[in-house]
Write a new protein. Structure first.
Length: 306
């Protein structure tokens, strides 16, 4: 009799708590916290949540604290990657696909290797002088002597030197654009709205590229950046242009939202930019972005009464 009772009780508990064999997924397997959040809010405490994307022009006056001369945010991020202190770089702001440090640094090149123009081809009946460039079998060479005739780079290597082409890279000052992806969450327990930054994308703005399109260098997890900012207070400084006694750590500057960014996208089923939703017009997109910004502010105001 006791064994029967134990069996019935075990079955009822299994149905209630959903252990394997009676449910498809254990309760403990359901992620309640976002692992990419600096201060994660459990999902059961979230009354309202929306993801937004903001374009932050670091050249704007309000954002100059992030872009001081010789200590630009872009310089801090790039040098953090080069030193290995920032170890994870992603190809998209969903933070699912990583790229290597070498790929990230290659993105700083102004021109792809295949776009660099080759020298004129080598001809066996032409005279070459000291420093004259030629192309032979896909490699660029430079003549080491005057009156250099009939000496091919492969048969007479003493007459030629391989031409080392230094790649032109975008400077820290030219890398002046970031995009911030953040979750706006209303915590119903604390009755407060939180801005939970997820990812920061580093760009070279279109005005500085040959193609006149924004060039993406890489994406960073803000959680890793925040840790980096805290560990390197000596360089990760937000500069207060009105009172240098109030300079702050970059992590605090992001936390206090001392930047200004234009809204470019609010999460939607089509994953479309605001400008794409409103007839693809940049002008209409700007007006719509301002209107959506006001809508978010009104939403925050109404949530305070919850």
């Amino acid at each position: 009799m006791k064994n029967k009772i134990k069996t019935v009780v075990s079955a009822m508990l299994a149905l209630a708590i959903g252990i394997p064999g009676f449910a498809q997924q254990s309760i403990t397997e359901v992620p309640e916290y976002n692992p990419m959040s600096v201060s994660p809010i459990p999902k059961y405490e979230q009354f309202y949540k929306v993801t937004v994307w903001r374009r932050v022009d670091l050249q704007e006056r309000q954002n100059k604290g992030f872009f001081t001369k010789s200590n630009e945010l872009s310089k801090i991020l790039i040098q953090g990657v080069m030193s290995g202190e920032i170890s994870h770089i992603y190809s998209n702001d969903s933070l699912t696909t990583e790229i290597t440090k070498e790929e990230f640094l290659a993105n700083r090149n102004m021109y792809a290797e295949e776009d660099i123009a080759a020298n004129d081809p080598w001809y066996d009946d032409e005279f070459y002088y000291m420093g004259d460039p030629v192309e032979f079998n896909g490699v660029n060479y430079e003549s080491l002597q005057d009156n250099n005739e009939g000496n091919s780079p492969d048969a007479s290597p003493e007459f030629w030197a391989i031409e080392e082409l230094e790649a032109e890279i975008y400077t820290y000052g030219e890398t002046s654009l970031i995009q911030i992806r953040e979750d706006i969450i209303f915590d119903k327990r604390r009755s407060r709205l939180y801005y939970d930054t997820q990812a920061v994308t580093l760009y070279v703005p279109g005005e500085n590229t040959a193609e006149k399109f924004d060039k993406k260098l890489g994406v960073f997890s803000y959680k890793e950046l925040e840790d980096y900012f805290r560990r390197r207070p000596d360089i990760c400084i937000w500069y207060n242009q009105y009172n240098s006694a109030e300079n702050k750590n970059l992590a605090d500057a992001f936390l206090m939202r001392l930047f200004h960014g234009n809204l470019t996208k609010v999460e939607n089923p089509d994953d479309a930019l605001i400008s794409e939703i409103y007839d693809g017009s940049p002008k209409e997109g700007i007006f719509a972005a301002e209107w959506l910004e006001m809508q978010l502010m009104e939403k925050e105001h109404n949530l305070w009464s919850y």
